[in-house]
Design a protein around this ligand. Structure first.
Ligand SMILES: *[C@@H]1O[C@H](CO)[C@@H](O)[C@H](O)[C@H]1NC(C)=O
Ligand SMILES: *[C@@H]1O[C@H](CO)[C@@H](O)[C@H](O)[C@H]1NC(C)=O
Ligand SMILES: *[C@@H]1O[C@H](CO)[C@@H](O)[C@H](O)[C@H]1NC(C)=O
Ligand SMILES: *[C@@H]1O[C@H](CO)[C@@H](O)[C@H](O)[C@H]1NC(C)=O
Ligand SMILES: *[C@@H]1O[C@H](CO)[C@@H](O)[C@H](O)[C@H]1NC(C)=O
Ligand SMILES: *[C@@H]1O[C@H](CO)[C@@H](O)[C@H](O)[C@H]1NC(C)=O
Ligand SMILES: *[C@@H]1O[C@H](CO)[C@@H](O)[C@H](O)[C@H]1NC(C)=O
Length: 736
């Protein structure tokens, strides 16, 4: 009743008198796709609205001619041919039944043009494959749905040829009990045929003759495989008398005032049913509209298709309806029809008149595919509302079906669940929504590089979470302890100036430094060794070692692990996972300058090298890693070399390593190098360093001895993996 405003009193007065007519029309939604203005169609008196303010996608196309169709066919809206879906959202009342109708009129189709062929969806349910074979024909797709929520999404997508388009989109509410079926929890009704027999012209009958604006096709309208095989002696009859149609489906009186009669005892028709064979709901509409004499009878049976229960039942319209000029509406709740439907009614032997038929309606049961989990969708909607004008927040329809939104991934379960949120650098502001805790299927959460503030909400239910990126936000408070107990969490990035990494100290007793398939191994190798070296020299010259005193072995930490964490490049793996992967640190493959290196294999097959150091103290400044990344990308490798050793190393060797290091921070796993490639790069670099004594950078004599030791340590001491192990390929997975 949303439109009852100024005319409230008037409308509502009428409302009492003609209840369903007025109430229905007020709630009609008629969208002229591609139309440039709102208007009232003089043929029907219905108001049409332009979709220009409803949808942001696609472009209006003006057609040369409407071919005598109504004015909403002077334009259409074409959508891009890509891997996205384009959706209109219509408001509905949950559990109310509606007709949802889309029409497609392409206009002239030149011989070079590909015939458009694309998919039509209602919510997550595949509704139809729209295939335009004749440019001059209006293709109609109609569903009868009981709304499953406060809206329905009508989407086109997945063009096979041509581009998806739409001419009109209509929503027509039905009276409360109309078209109820036993199966409506799981099935929509897809209208396959709705025929008005004995129609006076070719024109379809709809609003205002049908207050619900159903389209009753005329039986005069001949096209291929539609109402052929008409029995001889079939005549058309009509009446102008009032017909009582107040039965379940309320067919319009005009439809019931015309009929066909099989004067030779048989009515028969054949028509093709799109998307059949299928189970269907079938209605026959009968009203006796001829005045029969006292000794006359009209009795007939369904001959074909043969259904035991129905075919034996004798139809006597006036008797069944309890009077002439009254609707009798037998229906078949669930029948199976073939693609080609032949049906016929034959008169019984004792009947004086042949069979009569006013109208039929056949709808296919269309299995409803479930929409994405409501909790997930409500969180996504809340996230979208944080950035209402951005493109990514306006990809309409269901997040997962028929195609994924660009920033999510989903499970293929029913209902689908969201498994990944990729919201890196989406300019999000505000706090992380508490509702995220109910997105239990999440395995990846990327929220890095936004302006998120506040404390982390409870996310303890996200037990499937493997990867979580929170770095480069303004989050505050502390990392909550439950993170340590998320059983699948492998990767947690949390560089936020205000966020304290208590978890790391209290619960993640070991922080892994190196993981080949993860991130930043070489930044660690390179950066770590360069700077550590420098710092160690300083330490030595100070004549004191401070490194091991703080945490000892109980607090395992990789080189700089804790601080990499701060910088958003750390990689968390809980201690027991590492113990498992390395078989309790049993395979020592080398000894670096700060501790031993162990070989391990994660559950997912990822090979890792784990370095354990007892010295987690801070050597690097915070920005090192991020700077390193951007400098390498800019081609400036000098910028990341520690000033202490600048001049003692060869730029070529640094480059060799920096290149691989850069690949190591690729987002996609397959773009990152294999351990083998990393090792080769290091070996190359070592070779460059060793072999190039004479041709190398000239170092001042005063730093000569330092240079010597630096060169050795630079690329080898950090990862002094014993060469036999490498040559035996113990770390190297099979070639790709
Ligand atoms: C549906 O039909 C019934 C019976 O005629 C009528 O009383 C009721 O008002 C109608 N409902 C709507 C919503 O039109
Ligand atoms: C058409 O009508 C709708 C609502 O009735 C309104 O929001 C929209 O601005 C109108 N569009 C044009 C182009 O006038
Ligand atoms: C009704 O039938 C008569 C003759 O049978 C025909 O002339 C007339 O056009 C028909 N009217 C309609 C509305 O079909
Ligand atoms: C219709 O009947 C068939 C066979 O009897 C059954 O499998 C199906 O579930 C029924 N309902 C629908 C909506 O198809
Ligand atoms: C019906 O009855 C009338 C007279 O009572 C008779 O003339 C007519 O032939 C009968 N028609 C049929 C079909 O029996
Ligand atoms: C049938 O109609 C008659 C009068 O037209 C009426 O008396 C009778 O009650 C009706 N029967 C049923 C079952 O509605
Ligand atoms: C979504 O997840 C599935 C299964 O985990 C994966 O195969 C697919 O590549 C992912 N798709 C995207 C677009 O990330």
């Amino acid at each position: 009743m949303g439109l009852c405003s100024a005319q409230l009193t008037v409308t509502c007065l009428f409302f009492i008198v003609v209840p369903h007519v007025l109430s229905q029309v007020a709630e009609f939604v008629s969208i002229d796709c591609g139309g440039s203005s709102n208007y009232t169609d003089p043929r029907t008196g219905l108001g049409w609205v332009s979709d220009s303010e409803i949808i942001k996608h696609g472009k209006p196309v003006t057609l040369a001619s409407t071919n005598g169709n109504s004015m909403q066919y002077s334009k259409r809206r074409d959508f891009p041919t890509d891997d996205k879906k384009y959706c209109y959202r219509l408001s509905t009342k949950e559990r109310r039944r509606y007709i949802v109708r889309t029409t497609f009129f392409y206009g002239s189709l030149s011989s070079e043009e590909a015939n458009p062929k694309f998919q039509l969806y209602l919510d997550a349910t595949k509704w139809a494959t729209v295939m335009i074979q004749e440019g001059s024909r209006v293709y109609v797709e109609e569903l009868i749905v009981r709304a499953t929520s406060g809206y329905v999404d009508v989407c086109v997508c997945c063009a096979l040829t041509g581009s998806p388009f739409m001419s009109t989109l209509e929503l027509r509410p039905l009276n409360l009990s109309m078209y109820a079926t036993d199966y409506e929890d799981n099935f929509f009704l897809k209208v396959a045929a709705r025929v008005n027999f004995g129609a006076p012209s070719m024109d379809a009958l709809r609003y205002p003759d049908d207050p619900y604006d159903r389209i009753w096709e005329s039986d005069v309208n001949k096209r291929q495989n539609f109402l052929v095989g008409v029995a001889p002696g079939t005549i058309r009859v009509n009446t102008s008398k009032t017909i009582n149609t107040l039965t379940r489906e309320y067919p319009p009186m005009k439809v019931m005032q015309t009929a066909v009669v099989g004067t030779q005892g048989l009515i028969s028709y054949r028509l093709n049913l799109e998307d059949f064979p299928a189970n269907a709901r079938a209605y026959a509409y009968f009203a006796e509209i001829q005045d029969l004499g006292a000794n006359e009878t009209r009795k007939f049976k369904l001959v074909q298709p043969y259904f035991p229960d129905y075919s034996n039942a004798v139809v006597n319209i006036a008797e069944n309806a309890n009077g002439s000029y009254t609707l009798y509406e037998p229906s078949y709740m669930n029948v199976t029809f073939d693609f080609v439907l032949s049906f016929s009614f034959g008169k019984t032997k004792d009947s004086t008149r042949g069979p009569l038929l006013n109208a039929i309606e056949i709808s296919k049961y269309l299995q409803i595919s479930r929409k994405t989990d409501r909790n997930d969708v409500s969180v996504l909607d809340a996230i979208r509302s944080l950035s209402p004008d951005s493109d990514w927040a306006n990809e309409g329809g269901d997040p997962c079906i028929p195609v994924l939104w660009s920033w999510v991934n989903c499970s293929s379960t029913s209902p689908p669940r969201v498994t990944k949120l990729a919201l890196s650098s989406k300019n999000l502001r505000g706090e992380i929504l508490p509702g995220i805790n109910y997105m239990e299927a999440l395995t990846e959460l990327w929220l890095d590089g936004n302006g998120l503030t506040g404390v982390l909400p409870d996310m303890s239910k996200l037990v499937n979470l493997k990867i979580m990126h929170l770095e480069n936000n303004q989050l505050s408070g502390s990392l909550p302890p439950y993170l340590a107990h998320l059983p699948n969490l492998q990767e947690l990035y949390s560089n936020n100036p205000e966020l304290q990494n208590e978890v790391q100290q209290k619960h993640f007793r070991l922080i892994l430094g190196i993981s080949i398939a993860a991130v930043a191994i070489l930044l660690l190798l390179l950066g770590g060794s360069l700077v550590l070296l420098c710092a160690r020299r300083k330490t030595k010259s100070a004549g004191d070692t401070t490194g091991t005193k703080k945490k000892g072995l109980s607090a395992y930490a990789a080189v700089r692990g804790g601080h990499l964490l701060d910088e958003g490049v750390a990689y968390f793996i809980s201690l027991h996972v590492l113990e498992e992967a390395t078989e309790n640190f049993s395979k020592r493959v080398g000894k670096g300058s700060f501790g031993s290196v162990y070989y391990g294999r994660m559950k997912d097959g990822k090979e890792i090298a784990v370095k354990i150091t007892a010295d987690p103290s801070s050597y690097l400044n915070r920005q090192f890693v991020t700077e390193a990344r951007s400098l390498i990308r800019k081609g400036d490798v000098y910028g990341i070399i520690d000033p202490c050793i600048l001049g003692n190393v060869k730029i070529e060797s640094i480059w060799r390593v920096a290149e691989v290091a850069n690949q190591c921070v690729e987002q996609r796993g397959h773009a990152r190098p294999r351990m083998q490639e990393v090792i080769v790069a290091i070996q190359d670099a070592v070779r460059i360093e060793r072999g190039g004594n004479e041709n190398g950078l000239k170092s001042s004599s005063s730093s000569g001895s330092k240079a010597q030791s630096s060169r050795k340590t630079l690329l080898t001491s950090f990862l002094e993996i014993e060469s036999p192990d490498i040559s035996r390929n113990s770390l190297a997975p099979a070639a790709r």
